[in-house]
Design a protein around this ligand. Structure first.
Ligand code: URA
Length: 239
């Protein structure tokens, strides 16, 4: 890969800005100053430094965000802020996108990556990747609901859902629940509760496959996945 392309891809500036860095002698490859933007480097093997700092090349980026309410799970939107707008420039340069969608008012775990293959496999209906949500419901949730969800419920468009595992954490005039589903139909959790005559008043995703929301992330904050988390996703997808 050309050195100017590599540095531009990593967000160190436009090709023109990177050229200037090179001309100024700021870039070394294997301890040799490189001034020619056309010079090729092997990002896997060569040691590249910029102003003496090692430059780590990566093709893929994997981010976990605690999605805040009021923000859209998309890369662009004409009216609303998107989750991509919340990223630092150094991460946005990788052109990542959210893996699946959470509603505008839903919070919690959102995986953001530029790894299309991983995204495709995690979203494939054939893979049945389980996702667990915490929700507050506007009324009492009962054992009958648990049973109904276990068998699958019929949504407003006639679609019969796959079984969902409903756990009642607190039941009352407002109930706290956890629901695990293996599908991702539009507004699925909200519509499953509508199917039993109840309304979701708060929704937060806690897990997606092997990935768990890092509760130390404030709403709108994000971090890179750890190597272990990436590995768990890679292994998970082949199951
Ligand atoms: N189910 C919903 O209803 N909304 C979400 O954002 C995710 C799952």
């Amino acid at each position: 890969m050309r050195i100017d392309k590599m540095l531009a891809n990593l967000g160190f500036g436009s090709r023109k800005e990177v050229k200037k860095l090179l001309k100024d002698g700021a870039v070394k490859v294997n301890d040799r100053v490189i001034k020619d933007a056309k010079e090729h480097v092997d990002p896997e093997k060569d040691t590249v430094t910029l102003h003496g700092e090692a430059v780590e090349y990566k093709e893929f980026i994997y981010l976990m965000m605690n999605k805040p309410p009021g923000v859209i799970s998309a890369t662009e939107d004409n009216h609303d802020q998107t989750v991509i707008d919340l990223l630092e420039m150094e991460d946005a340069v990788f052109s990542p996108f959210p893996v699946g969608r959470l509603d505008k008012d839903t919070e919690g775990l959102l995986l953001i990556t530029n790894d299309g293959q991983l995204s495709h496999r995690l979203l494939s209906p054939k893979k049945h990747v389980p996702k667990t949500y915490f929700a507050v419901i506007d009324q009492e949730v009962t054992e009958e609901d648990v049973e109904a969800f276990k068998h699958g419920v019929v949504l407003d468009d006639g679609y019969e859902t796959k079984p969902g595992e409903l756990k009642i954490l607190k039941s009352g005039t407002r109930s706290d629940i956890e629901l695990t589903i293996t599908e991702g139909k539009f507004h699925q959790v909200k519509r499953m509760f509508e199917a039993v005559g109840k309304r979701v008043v708060y929704l937060k995703r806690l897990t997606m496959g092997p990935l768990e929301l890092d509760e130390s992330l404030e709403l709108g904050e994000y971090r890179e996945l750890t190597d272990e988390e990436i590995e768990s996703l890679m292994e998970y997808e082949v199951k």
